[in-house]
Design a protein around this ligand. Sequence first.
Ligand SMILES: Nc1ncnc2c1ncn2[C@@H]1O[C@H](COP(=O)(O)OP(=O)(O)OP(=O)(O)O)[C@@H](O)[C@H]1O
Length: 254
Amino acid sequence: MKNEDIILETKNLFLNYGDKQALKEVSLKVYKNNVTALIGPSGCGKSTLLRCFNRLNDLLDNCQIKGEVLYHDKNLYSQGIDVVQMRKKIGMVFQHPNPFPKSIYENVAYGPRVHGVKDKKTLDEIVKRSLKKAALWDEVHERLFDNAMSLSGGQQQRLCIARTLAVEPEIILMDEPCSALDPIATSKIESLIDTLKQDFTVIIVTHSMQQAARVSDFTGFMYLGEMIEFGKTEKIFSAPEVELTNNYITGRFG
Ligand SMILES: Nc1ncnc2c1ncn2[C@@H]1O[C@H](COP(=O)(O)OP(=O)(O)OP(=O)(O)O)[C@@H](O)[C@H]1O
C-alpha cells in the first residue's frame, strides 16, 4: 500500500485509565477504503483504541493519553481541533443499537439538522440516500414516520449506520456492531460493511475471528494493550509471523 492511502495513523500511542495502562506504544496505519479489524482477547484494549480514533475517551477524567493519532496527517489530540467537526468525519456505531426514540426519518435527519441543514427537500434527499446506503430503504420507505423503536434489532443497527452516514463521514468506527444480533441480521451487516468500503473507511472491533476474516482487509491483533501484529487479513489468519498471534487465532487462548 502507498503512503497516500493512509487515512488514519497512530504513533506510539499510550493510554492510561488512572494507574491502569490500557494501550502501550500502539503504532498502526489505517488504509482508505479498506476494512480494518481489531481483534484480541477481552480487555486487550480494542475498544479503547477505537475510541481514541474519535476522542470518545475525552469524556473520562481518569484517562491520560500520550502519542499521536493522525487523521490526514493532523494530530486529533493537538490544540485547536474542532471535536464536533472531527466526529462528523469519524463516526461511531456502537455494540447495542441505540436509535433515538423518534421516527426513522428524524433519526437520520438529526445529524444534518445539527450541522445546519434546514431545507426539507435536502433533508428528504439525505434521509433517502443514507437509508439506501445502509441497505434499509427498501424495508422502511413506507414507514419513515414510525418510531425507530418499532424496528428489529438488526434494522435498528442499520438505522444507526444510516444516521452515521447522513453527515458524510470518511471513517466509520464500529464497536462489535453485531454482538447483539442474530446470524441473519449479522450477515446483513457484514455484507453492508463490504459495500460501505467503496465510499468509506471502516474500522471494526470484533470478538469473532470468523467475522474479522470475512469482512476485513487488514487485521490488528492486540494483547495486553499492545499491537502484537498487524497486516493483511489473509496473511494474519494463514501465516502470522508472531507466535502469540498464531496461538490466538488457533484458539489456544482467548
Ligand atoms: N473507563 C475505564 N476506566 C478504567 N479502566 C478501563 C476503562 N475502560 C476500559 N478499562 C480497562 O482497560 C482495559 C482495556 O479495555 P477495553 O474495553 O479497551 O478492552 P477490549 O479489548 O475492548 O475488551 P472487550 O473485548 O472485553 O470489550 C481493560 O483492562 C479494561 O478493564
